[in-house]
Every structure is written in structure tokens, then in C-alpha cells.
Write a new protein. Structure first.
Lengths: 299, 299
DNA sequence: TCATGGGTATACCTGGAAGGCATGGCCTGA
DNA sequence: TCAGGCCATGCCTTCCAGGTATACCCATGA
């Protein structure tokens, strides 16, 4: 048995709406005998008459009325499918799964770009998961995330593309009790032997290696008194007087007044906080996000 | 621009599911170059690439993933549309709008046939409207009802087809106070001058004419003391001692004990209570209902 | 009752598109 | 660097959608 084609549906709808083969043929731009044959073919494919032929035109059978509703809907759905495909290609439809390094979530540039993206692409479903840089890199490689905001991309994901959001650097976080005046160290070497609250080296190995290397160059190995897995923990421990910590300068807004951030010469070299994505994947939604990001960063 | 055809959708789905043009071509039973061309045509019709060609096969673009979902759905919907059309043609899907003469609603044969129909055609939406015979006939002619259960079809709708449910006749309803012994009339002529509660002649002109004619033949014109629009009203007025009434014998179950029904020789001629429908319309659902009706009546 | 006209079906033909075949180019992996 | 998949291109054949002419059917009205 021959297959039903959309042509059959288009013709059938035209005939049903026009009320006659003649008028339907005129509507679709073919001649009546050709249309009659196509309708007959459709009826054979469906397996039941859809029209009753009268000398005054055609009338729908019960099956025809049912099929007319369905055919009309299918035709409009095809049109909608095309529109959705085009919007998907333009990055205006779909989803964007992002990872964000938790300590950078509160940054204005992050919330700004998310807002800008939501404004330009309101129909893209945006999902944001807090993840460490290395976890993000792995998820992006596996296709489970479309991109993420992280630091130290060149260490954890050299094969992925990145667009810089900002440049950050490490500063020393130290206790600064209001009444008590404590001299801030100027050079790293002054901290030899001092107790440190350290990044969890397993979870943030890139920063770990960088900071260890800086201390080694300053001639000492830091005495690690505590380990913290995230920035608020580190800062909390500093505020509790447990020791010093190295934290990204951009996290200063979340420091209490009793914690003072001190820039050290040896830690002057900055590192990038980037939006990282798979440049090979060529996702239209990611392209849209990159555009939103560029305008936000340059503004 | 060429039109999209279902062939394109079938091919595209096959390719997407198979992961390569080669395998997709095998799946749909054509050779790979032919398939490649059809896919390209589809992409041109949609207006954006749906696949990325790799040497290992093909991968979906974002637009392709969107269109794949839609195309799959459209294809299954077409299948469902065909099924619905066939079920509509078989009278197993659709709606059946019936009118029922209110006094015949309580009859066992009516509820039996409705139940039988609902059992054989559970997916047909059944709507039942209480209507007088003449209203039913007009509504059926206008296509607002598919059929109805009425009396006096030959008077109100001679052009419509009918299938008899039962034969009824008129009897005299009269007051019969328990203690008081009243002689029942045997002949219509005995009722000359007696007060009658009469059918509303505007609403039930066929019965009106029949009963008037019988009285005229018996040599008198009934004295109409009251007019009632429905059977319960008539019976209620008889029970209230307002006079005599002619009611269909089949309505006896709804008479109180104080109302006695008396058969008169002149009213012996019976009339049909029929399921009435438009025999020209050839509705599958009505055919199903007729089948249910025939088995119910013969049982 | 017959002519007329609007509508549909049938027969036949033609052009174009779908599909088959052969082949070339490209990428990948051994 | 070669072999093997995979996709694209070019050409040919077949088949079918659509066009033309005409017959048929039925309702309407003179």
C-alpha cells in the first residue's frame, strides 16, 4: 500500500474546506482530476472513504471529519516544528546547562550575564549547578554541561575554549581584631612557620600547586593547620583566629570586617576566571551565551 | 522552495536513529545517495542544517534534535489519525446526540438500549436531550441531533427513517378514590361533556389531532378544562380531580394509585414509539446504535 | 422531458522527481 | 601510509504527480 504524504493531507484539507474537488483544486493550484486521484489514493491508504461525492460537491464522512481535524493539526504542527528548528539553530530555544564555581556565583558580572542572557533568550531553559572547576571540565567533556564559569581552565581543561570574565589574584586573609593593631606582612617569607588554613588540595589541585610553589620560592613550606573545602569555610576559620588563608581577591565582599585581605608581591600574578565551553560542539545556545557575555564584560 | 513531505520526515528519523546515512538508507530500503539527497532537500526546506556530517556518521545539530522530536511525534500522530478515522468509520468513535421524548425516558427498553450501546461503543460520546417529537424531527433535519426516540414519526417527520421500539396506545386516566366506587366508562361517547385535561395542542399537535378526531367520531367535542404540557402534569391534574385525561398506556408506571387507567374501544389503535434518524446521513455511529437497538428490542 | 450546467471520474500523456549505480573525496584508525 | 567507512556528486532509469480531453451523473429549470 502506498504511503500517506503531506501532499495528501494538504489536498484533503483544501477539498474539505472548499466543499468540492473543483474549488479545492483551485485552492491548491492543480487541476481537478489530479486532485481527485490524490484524494482517492489517500482514502485507499487510510482504508476508508473520507468524502461522499455528490453532484453538488463533496461532504465529509464521519471518518473524514475525524481525519480533517487531525490532518489540520498535523499540518500546523509541521509548521511549528520548522519554526522550533530554526529557533533552535539560532540559539533561541533549547536549554543551557551551566556549572558555576561557587565562590564566583555572587560576582556582579556573573549575575549580569545571566540576566542579559535570560533577556535575549527567554525561551532557553537555563540550569545552573555549583561545581568545582575540575568537575565542570569533566562534565563539559562528557556533554553533561554546555559550559561553566571556572578558574584555572588551562590547568583542568586545556582542550576546552574559554572566554575571560575577569582577572583575579590571591590575597592573604588574616585576622584583624578592631582594637588590636597587627602589622600586615608585606612579603610571603614573613609567613614562614605561620599556621595556614588551606584549600582542600584534592578538590582544588591547581590552586594548591600554584600556592605551594609560591611559598616554596619564598623559601618555606606552609604549615597547614586546617583544610577547608570552600571559601566561606576558609574565611570563617581565619575569623576564628585559626590562622592565615589565601583567598581570591574577588571574594572580598563576603569577608567579615574582622578579616583583612592583604596583597602580597609574590602573589601579584593574576589568573583568569573564564566561561569555559566546548568550542568543537558549536552549540547555538552557547554562541548566544558568549555574545551576552562579551557585551556584559565589555560594558 | 520545495514542500516538506512525510517521506522526508521518515528518512530523517531513520537517519537520526541509525546514526548514519548508510544505516538509515538500509533501514528505509533505499540506497545511501538517494537518502543523502532527500535529507539535503529537507534541510533546505526547513532552512537550517539538521545534521553534521562526519566521517564516522552523522550527528544531530541543535535544530536537528528539535526537529527529530517533532518529526517522530508527527509520524506517530499520523498513525493515530488513521486509527481514529477507521474507528470513526466503524462507528466506534465520535458522538451520538439523541433526543428522547420525556415520557418514554423511564421505559426499560430505552435504558436497556442506551446501556447496550455504551457497552459496545464506550468511546462514543453520548448526549441525550429531552425533546418533543416535533422538536426532535426538526433538530435531526438540521443535523443538530443524530436521532431520537419519539412517537408519531409519520406525522412529524415522514421523511426520516424509524425503527420501532414498542407499540403504545392511549388510555383514559381518571380519578379513582379508594373508598368511592366509580364506574369506568367503556365507550368514548360516555365522556361527552366531561371535563378534560388536554395535551398542549401547540406542543403535541399530532396526538392532539388524533384524540380530537376520535372524540369527534364518538359524536362530541371534548370540553377542555385544563391544558398540560407533559404527562406528569396531566396525571397530577387528574389525581387532583380536575377531570379526565388521555395518556399513553406505557406511562402507567408513573401513575399514583389514585389514578386509574381505562382502555377504551375507540382508542384501541396503537401507535409506534420509534428510534428516528436520518437514513440518508449514513452515520456509522447511528448504524451502531441501530444494531444495539435491534438486539435489545428482539431480546 | 430535455437541455444546461456544475461537479466528479476515467483515460491517456508528459515532465520531473525519486531512486539506483558508479565513483570520487575525506576522515579515521591500524 | 594504506585500508576501510562514510558521505557527496553525476548520470541514468523508472515511476508518479499533474495536465488535457472527455465521459458521466445529477439537479435544476424552461
Amino acid at each position: 500500500m502506498r504511503q500517506v504524504e503531506l501532499r495528501h493531507l494538504r489536498y484533503f484539507v483544501a477539498v474539505a474546506e472548499a466543499g468540492s474537488m473543483m474549488a479545492g483544486a483551485r485552492a491548491v493550484g492543480i487541476v481537478q482530476p489530479a486532485l481527485s486521484r490524490q484524494i482517492r489514493e489517500l482514502e485507499e491508504a487510510i482504508g476508508t472513504p473520507l468524502l461522499v461525492r455528490r453532484s453538488t460537491g463533496v461532504a465529509l464522512t464521519a471518518a473524514g471529519a475525524s481525519f480533517l481535524r487531525d490532518a489540520t493539526r498535523i499540518l500546523t504542527e509541521l509548521q511549528a516544528s520548522r519554526d522550533r528548528a530554526l529557533r533552535s539553530a539560532a540559539g533561541q530555544l533549547g536549554e543551557l546547562r551551566l556549572g558555576v564555581l561557587p565562590n564566583y556565583f555572587p560576582l556582579p558580572v556573573v549575575s549580569d550575564v545571566l540576566k542579559a542572557f535570560r533577556d535575549t533568550c527567554p525561551d532557553v531553559m537555563l540550569s545552573i549547578a555549583p561545581r568545582l572547576s575540575s568537575e565542570q571540565a569533566a562534565a563539559i567533556a562528557r556533554g553533561e554541561l554546555d559550559g561553566g564559569i571556572m578558574a584555572w581552565r588551562q590547568d583542568v581543561a586545556p582542550h576546552l575554549s574559554g572566554l575571560r570574565l575577569l582577572r583575579d589574584r590571591f590575597v592573604l586573609a588574616m585576622l584583624s581584631t578592631p582594637g588590636q593593631r597587627v602589622r600586615a606582612p608585606r612579603r610571603l617569607a614573613e609567613l614562614a612557620g605561620a599556621p595556614f588554613i588551606w584549600f582542600d588540595p584534592l578538590r582544588s589541585s591547581a590552586q594548591h600547586r600554584f600556592l605551594l610553589e609560591q611559598c616554596r620560592r619564598a623559601g618555606f613550606t606552609p604549615r597547614i593547620a586546617q583544610v577547608g573545602s570552600d571559601i566561606p569555610t576558609l574565611i570563617g576559620l581565619v575569623a576564628a583566629g585559626m590562622g592565615y588563608a589565601f583567598v581570591p581577591e574577588s571574594t572580598s565582599p563576603m569577608c567579615p570586617r574582622t578579616v583583612r585581605l592583604v596583597a602580597l608581591d609574590e602573589l601579584a600574578s593574576r589568573f583568569d576566571v573564564e566561561f569555559v565551553y566546548d568550542g568543537q560542539a558549536d552549540s547555538p545556545v552557547v554562541r548566544r551565551f558568549l555574545a551576552a557575555l562579551r557585551t556584559t564584560v565589555s560594558a
